[in-house]
Design a protein around this ligand. Structure first.
Ligand code: URA
Length: 234
């Protein structure tokens, strides 16, 4: 009985989470901005390098590498932790349950998945979905830095502790750093862009609460405000 009540509660929580991030209207298509040819070529070149990379042990256990995908002119880049089983099977980022929630968050922001760029700090699946190890992150980080330097988004959203800690080179817990903008430098010459740490969608799915859900939504509203975009009406 207690187990059944618990299951009902979990089910109810998931339904509420689904409902919250649906029901936002999808924006009409804007004419696509033409990306510079060399950025696309360089992102493709990078993806080819990722697909044959053997710099760490994850290269030997992956099915498919997951370089990342999206709009080369994106104003926002979402950076996750690393591919899971679904992503490893398809070679695409955020296509499993976390990805479905991320898609809903993007739509709730009045955007489409094709407006943004989505990638991870490690491009190959850590076995059993364990956290990527420091040496794996260190081997893979140059790929992410190149991607960010090519796309040059106005805002980077770091999804979860491993992404936020890696990009900000901090050990502070995600609960302490989320919701605030930090500076991210593409190189020594360019002015910084904003980096917003927030909870990973998988964390939201595992730790459903109105409070956690609202925290992520507040973080995304802060991102929209930074970009001068209005929050879509429900
Ligand atoms: N979780 C991540 O961090 N990245 C993915 O691509 C999928 C799930």
């Amino acid at each position: 009985m207690a187990q059944e009540a618990n299951l009902n509660k979990v089910f109810d929580q998931h339904v509420k989470l689904e409902e919250f991030f649906t029901g936002f209207s999808v924006k009409k298509d804007k004419p696509p901005q033409q990306p510079q040819k060399d950025i696309i070529a360089e992102l493709n070149q990078l993806a080819d390098e990722v697909k044959t990379c053997q710099k760490c042990v994850l290269g030997t256990t992956r099915t498919n590498a997951v370089p990342g995908e999206g709009n080369p002119n994106a104003q926002i880049v979402f950076v996750g932790e690393g591919p899971g089983a679904d992503e490893d099977a398809q070679g695409r980022p955020f296509v499993g349950r976390s990805g479905q929630l991320l898609d809903k968050i993007i739509i709730a922001m009045g955007l489409k998945r094709s407006d943004v760029y989505i990638c991870n700090i490690v491009k190959c699946r850590p076995p059993e979905n364990r956290e990527p190890r420091p040496e794996e992150i260190i081997s893979c980080l140059p790929f992410l830095k190149r991607q960010l330097g090519l796309i040059r988004p106005k805002v980077i959203v770091a999804l979860g502790a491993p992404a936020a800690k890696t990009l900000l080179e901090t050990n502070k817990p995600i609960g302490q750093i989320r919701g605030k903008f930090f500076d991210y430098y593409f190189d020594d010459f360019s002015p910084p862009v904003k980096l917003m740490p927030t909870y990973h969608p998988a964390y939201l799915l595992r730790n459903y609460s109105h409070e956690n859900r609202m925290k992520v939504w507040e973080d995304m509203k802060t991102v929209l405000a930074e970009l001068g975009l209005s929050v879509p009406k429900r």
